[in-house]
Design a protein around this ligand. Structure first.
Ligand code: DON
Length: 309
């Protein structure tokens, strides 16, 4: 399937591109600091299998936190909702994505939701497989299947860069191990998590994943059920309540769609029953969301009445 350039969309992209000047690219994962601040691309994938784009849409980026939604969908299929939510909560947090503070205040200790790092690390630890290799194969294969592209892989340099610097995420893991939220080898978990965060694709491929969620788990081309309906629904609900971290409330007011951001500058947006949206704009606001990406979504939501509310 080809994605077509769209002049209306390109006009909006050209209008908001300069906003990127006000933000900055993530640098706490050293390899991410090489991103070009002014990149901005968007693809909108219709559930009837057509697609439009604007900007440098073939440019690849790593999913980072967007992977949390996808791996949650897999873990829910692997373990069922009772098991997953026995260990990870469903409530939004007003804290930054990597915060450790709430882990100690809830008793028994339980990460508040699967979209913050603590919850996402716990979810990754639930992926089924006899070995680390098998777990990773299953995670990657699931993402490949959502994109319908077996060439999807991960950025080795970004994964390594995060693995070498992720002291805070390691601390979250050790805290959760002590409190029986997770078990198993922490370094194995860190390797799996940093690889999942480093899975790479362009905004068209991300938009296709959005289209799967927009159609309640159905592949927009083949009609195959790639994600069970109830799991697609859970993922979209978390995206509304927690997908943009501690900016989720404002985003729900201003845009009003399920969305998930990552510190690489990607945003996965879903207009239920209509479109999947993939955005890449690496310049971030102070909460870690793509500054131009959010602006793009605000403009589009107003113009095309995207809000689900
Ligand atoms: O765990 C981390 O810190 C990164 N791999 C992902 C964080 C992230 O994308 C948060 N996004 N806004």
């Amino acid at each position: 399937m080809m994605c077509k350039s769209n002049t209306d969309l390109q006009t909006i992209v050209d209008e908001v591109r300069s906003i990127s000047e006000a933000g900055k690219v993530a640098d706490y994962i050293p390899a991410l600091s090489k991103a070009d601040k002014n990149d901005l691309s968007i693809a909108i994938y219709d559930k009837n299998n057509t697609c439009v784009y604007a900007g440098e849409y073939t440019k690849k980026f790593t999913l980072q936190s967007i992977s949390k939604v996808l791996i949650l969908a897999l873990a829910l299929q692997d373990r069922g909702t009772d098991y997953v939510f026995g260990k990870v909560g469903m409530e939004p947090t007003g804290d930054p994505f990597n915060s450790i503070s709430k882990l100690e205040t809830s008793i028994p200790s339980k990460p508040l939701n699967p979209m913050i790092n603590a919850g996402a690390l716990a979810v990754t630890s639930m992926i089924v497989g006899k070995s680390e290799e098998e777990k990773w194969e299953r995670m990657l294969q699931f993402v490949r299947c959502l994109v319908k592209n077996d060439e999807i892989s991960y950025n080795v340099e970004v994964a390594k860069s995060e693995l070498e610097t992720a002291s805070l995420n390691r601390a979250l893991c050790y805290f959760m191990k002590q409190h029986q939220v997770i078990d198993g080898d922490i370094e194995e978990l860190m390797r799996l998590y940093t690889k999942q965060c480093a899975i790479e694709m362009n905004c068209f491929e991300l938009a296709r994943i959005g289209a799967v969620f927009a159609s309640n788990g159905l592949d927009p081309e083949t009609g195959e059920q790639l994600i069970p309906i109830h799991i697609a629904r859970i993922c979209k609900t978390f995206m509304v309540t927690c997908g943009m971290y501690n900016a989720s409330g404002e985003f729900a007011i201003k845009v009003g769609i399920p969305a998930k951001s990552g510190v690489s500058g990607g945003i996965l947006g879903i207009v239920p029953d209509k479109y999947g949206i993939g955005i890449f704009g690496p310049s971030l606001d102070e909460k870690g969301n793509s500054i131009a990406g959010i602006k793009l979504l605000e403009i589009l939501a107003n113009k095309y009445n995207f809000s689900i509310f």
